[in-house]
Design a binder for this molecule. Structure first.
Ligand SMILES: Cc1ncc(COP(=O)(O)O)c(C=O)c1O
Length: 411
């Protein structure tokens, strides 16, 4: 089975999406052409309402009292995320960002000098910096698996590196921030499981875009943010912690009074569940907004989303590639809803600003976001467009026309 099986090609039936209704639920859809869902998706009305209702309750009865009154709804965050990624509520921890979740997970691994972290050339910038920081402090070794000629990690070569190095940690980013590449994380996971290696997956750009099934991926830990393709609020994410990891007693370096009980003056007892990886203080309105966003995404239907969002991106990629002076950069066996390209003659900020001026939201990726990938592609920057299911074909046409119109104006 290829990784495509774990994402797009499942034989589940997906109903066609009612795009007009979904846009009516999305106040921003009538204000901007939002092609920056890989940055932050547009909030849907039920998500905004969940947050505002809670903030109003805090105003009326007090912050602690409001969270107590909404305890059942807060629990829905865990059950919704669990249903989204095929696990149980006890395996889910809330996090203020994916990066925080990732750092907390890393802090639970007792690295020793010489331990190997095996990763890919397309793992997220902050993850790579975290590995370098671990190298500086603990003397771990970082090994990057090579890519295939078509783009994306060479799984066979990575498996060989697993056998040679017996890494303390294998880490893979499902979809990088800087290109449309979808990495074969379930194929990597099968090798990790066969060799009983600890496997951490960054699913930031894929959650809400593709079905995510932690059992099928075979990961021990998985991190995600809620604000991107899940369309949740800013300042939210989650960490999945497998039973294997919980049973083995992994705990973050700093556990607080929520993650552990202080059982005697010189003892503490970590929580039995993934709550071990959380902190006591919670942004409750945000947590409730996340619960609403995940519920909304599941109601829309992740299978239908997984068909539409990457397909819109595929059309966009094809049309941009036909414009002289545009170089589309996405490479790999499977490509998702991120489109990246360069434009002859333009500097990054003025080009983005010119699209901003036409009401088109986009993002820039710079070389330092992707040291390996951009070196391989010999580029210093690219523009990133990331459509989602609620974008329309008409918007796509406007974006293509805008890029084509700017192409000649060198700046
Ligand atoms: C692939 C990937 N991983 C991790 C992150 C970090 O997420 P957060 O900003 O929630 O920490 C991002 C954000 O762009 C990302 O694209």
């Amino acid at each position: 089975m290829t990784d495509n099986d774990s994402t797009t090609a499942k034989s589940r039936e997906a109903l066609p999406l009612d795009i007009a209704a979904l846009r009516a639920d999305t106040p921003g859809a009538s204000k901007v052409v939002h092609f920056n869902n890989a940055g932050c998706g547009l909030l849907a009305t039920p998500v905004l309402k969940a947050m505002l209702d809670h903030l109003n309750l805090e105003v009326e009865i007090g912050g602690y009292e409001a969270s107590a009154a909404r305890a059942d709804e807060v629990r829905h965050f865990y059950t919704e995320v669990a249903a989204l990624i095929n696990t149980t509520a006890e395996n889910v921890a809330f996090a203020g960002s994916a990066t925080h979740a990732f750092a907390t997970a890393l802090s639970a691994i007792p690295f020793e000098p010489g331990d190997v972290i095996l990763t890919t050339r397309n793992d997220f910038i902050s993850n790579q910096i975290a590995f370098l920081s671990l190298r500086k402090r603990f003397g771990v070794r970082i090994v990057h698996a090579p890519d295939t000629p078509e783009g994306g990690v060479d799984v066979a070569a990575m498996a060989e590196l697993m056998r040679t190095h017996r890494p303390r940690l294998v880490s893979a980013t499902h979809i990088p921030t800087n290109s449309g590449l979808v990495q074969p994380i379930a194929e990597i996971g099968r090798h990790c499981r066969a060799l009983d290696l600890l496997y951490l997956v960054d699913a930031c750009q894929s959650v809400g875009q593709y079905p995510i099934d932690v059992d099928e991926i075979g990961c021990d830990l998985l991190t995600a943010t809620c604000r991107k393709f899940l369309r949740g609020p800013r300042g939210s994410g989650f960490l999945y912690v497998s039973d294997r990891v919980l049973r083995a007693g992994y705990e973050p370096l700093f556990v607080d009074m929520h993650g552990a009980r202080w059982t005697a003056p010189d003892q503490y007892q970590p929580a039995r569940t993934a709550a071990r990886f959380e902190e006591w203080e919670f942004p409750y309105a945000t947590v409730l907004g996340c619960a609403a966003a995940v519920r909304y995404a599941r109601q829309v239907g992740i299978d239908a989303v997984a068909r539409r969002s990457p397909a819109l991106a595929g059309t966009l990629r094809q049309e941009l590639a036909g414009i002289p002076g545009i170089r589309v950069l996405d490479r790999g066996r499977q490509l998702g809803a991120i489109v990246t390209f360069t434009v002859d003659g333009w500097q990054p900020q003025p080009f983005k600003a010119a699209l901003d001026a036409q009401g088109i939201n986009s993002a820039l990726s710079l070389r330092e976001f992707a040291q390996f990938d951009f070196t391989d592609k010999a580029v210093d920057w690219c523009l990133r467009l990331s459509p989602h299911y609620y974008n329309t074909e008409e918007e796509l046409g406007r974006v293509v026309a805008a890029v084509a119109g700017l192409r000649g104006d060198r700046r």
